[in-house]
Design a protein around this ligand. Structure first.
Ligand SMILES: [Zn+2]
Ligand SMILES: [Zn+2]
Length: 219
């Protein structure tokens, strides 16, 4: 006897599988945990049931299926889902009736699960209990969620006002400091112009000789 794990879909011999204490379905031991409340290893829970005990659901159970179908609607109008895949989408196990009862899959919005796929714009087309899958057909396209408007420039660019430069009269200290600096520079320049001691400055005569050649002297 072989069976499929309700969570990871691995197929293995039934003797290696355990029954969940809560949903009574078979799972591999990797997808089970000892009872989260008591820690009793003989009372095993599947991970879906353990999650439901730890954090009880606040939104619709089939919201995951609804949003998945809404997502797929953008690309296709027919979707085939294995029961185990739906378990994964809704984060819980489908009830046992979903595994054998055709009416569970009927497209009547009175049931919470059918409302999920009908609200998404899909209908159940075919259910295969032997192979454990269901096909959905897209019956209507939902209006697209309005996109965020792009930021449009409607007004001309107005620069941020710049503070005008204030004409400031410098302080007397500043003026005197600057004045002293100028004086210093002048003094420095006057010093460097003076000939270095021991070096004879060239006379104007020597320049004149180079300019006019020979011993000629300009008149
Ligand atoms: Zn498993
Ligand atoms: Zn369970």
């Amino acid at each position: 006897m072989k069976d499929e794990c309700g969570i990871c879909s691995r197929v293995m011999r039934t003797i290696y599988m355990r029954q969940c204490q809560r949903c009574k379905k078979l799972f591999c031991r990797d997808c089970m945990t000892p009872d989260v409340a008591t820690g009793d290893p003989t009372a095993m829970l599947c991970l879906h049931c353990a999650r439901r005990i730890v954090s009880p659901r606040t939104v619709s159970k089939y919201g995951g299926l609804e949003s998945h179908l809404k997502f797929r609607a953008a690309f296709t109008d027919q979707v085939k889902l294995k029961f185990a895949r739906i378990d994964g989408l809704i984060g819980a196990n489908l009830p046992m009736t979903a595994y054998r009862d055709q009416t569970w899959w009927s497209n009547t919005s009175t049931s919470a699960h059918a409302k999920a796929w009908l609200d998404a714009g899909w209908e159940v087309q075919e259910v295969n209990f032997k192979e454990g899958w269901v096909t959905f057909k897209k019956v209507r396209s939902l209006p697209r969620a309005p996109r965020k408007k792009k930021l449009e420039i409607t007004q001309p660019f107005t620069p941020v006002p710049v503070r005008p430069l204030r004409s400031k009269i410098p302080s007397k200290t500043k003026v005197s400091k600057l004045y002293a600096r100028i004086k210093n520079l002048e003094r420095q320049r006057a010093q460097t112009r003076q000939p270095v001691r021991g070096l004879k400055p060239k006379s104007s005569y020597q320049y004149q000789r180079r300019l006019y050649g020979g011993n000629e002297k300009p008149r």
